[in-house]
Design a protein around this ligand. Structure first.
Ligand code: ATR
Length: 272
């Protein structure tokens, strides 16, 4: 049976095995997908070991996405520009590295009927999560993507490599002077119960606010946006399933349907 896994540390609570086994069932594919806890410093060894045991592909999560980039023999453009790999494919003695996180986000936005073409997008954050979504967002032909970060120099560094005049950089305070159609929170602030310090004046009732993280209850950023009048808020659960669907397609050549899996995960989160 074809074997896949997700490498990470910690990894116990990963939803990836559930997601990929569900995809396998609905697309009638036979495969095995497991978690693989990797000791820090043992990533290369763990990957080679998995290949030796017949592994066909793997997802990579925190904190190994950058190491996966250097390990790959060949990289997709989106992985190279993201500076990180979340999908490895082992084929013909080679390791192929790709990054499906950004496409997972884009597909989730489109699934939620969010207009991206010609839209003014505000991307909050300039870390790994933000970097990974820039190229797939640009591919949707937005009017502009403004990248606002607490540390402006980091956002400036991020856009350098893209060389695209649709990309604009500013600090959180300067966002108050602009108008946006979509705000995407790619900071890790929600994870520690904090909010990026943007002005409530940019929130309008017809804009869409997206948080890349998700949880049992609404994230601090989305709760704040709702309070300030945003009518459409979306968390990152669909992005998680979306990036997995893209990986599954790379490995198996079939695009699974994401809705049943998102619904099941949402129900299990609500029941926690
Ligand atoms: P990730 O891979 O999740 O993006 P990261 O590379 O460490 O993680 O980046 C974290 C991002 O969240 C950064 O943009 C960080 O801002 P700085 O570059 O100024 O550090 C942002 N961030 C984290 N906590 C934040 C907070 N409380 N308010 C605003 N931004 C925050």
């Amino acid at each position: 049976m074809d074997k896949y896994c997700v490498f990470g540390n910690p990894i116990k609570h990963s939803r990836s095995p559930f997601i990929h086994q569900s995809f396998a069932k609905t697309t009638k594919q036979t495969l095995h997908y497991d978690t693989c806890l990797v000791e820090l410093g043992s990533f290369t060894e763990a990957v080679n070991d998995f290949i030796a045991k017949g592994g066909k592909g793997a997802n990579v999560t925190v904190p190994f996405k950058e190491q996966a980039l250097t390990l790959a023999d060949e990289l997709s453009d989106r992985a190279r520009l993201a500076g990180a790999v979340n999908t490895l494919t082992f084929k013909d003695g080679k390791i192929y590295g790709d990054n499906t996180d950004g496409e997972g986000l884009v597909q989730d936005l489109l699934r939620n009927t969010v207009q991206l073409e010609n839209s003014r997008i505000l991307l909050l954050g300039a870390g790994g999560a933000a970097k990974g979504v820039v190229l797939p967002l640009l591919a949707q032909n937005p009017k502009s993507i403004t990248i606002a970060n607490r540390t402006i120099s980091k956002a400036e560094r991020l856009i350098e490599q893209f060389n695209n005049d649709k990309l604009i950089v500013c600090g959180f305070e300067q966002t108050a002077e602009q108008e946006f159609d979509v705000i995407i929170n790619a900071t890790s602030a929600s994870l520690s119960g904090k909010l990026p310090a943007i002005s409530a004046s940019i929130i309008t009732s017809n804009m869409v606010c997206y948080d890349m993280v998700y949880g049992k209850s609404v994230t601090p950023f989305l709760a704040w946006a709702q309070l300030k009048g945003a009518s459409r808020v979306i968390d990152g659960l669909g992005m998680l399933v979306g990036q997995a669907a893209e990986s599954f397609d790379i490995w198996r050549g079939v695009k699974p349907s994401v809705d049943p899996v998102i619904n099941e995960l949402r129900a299990s989160l609500n029941a926690e």
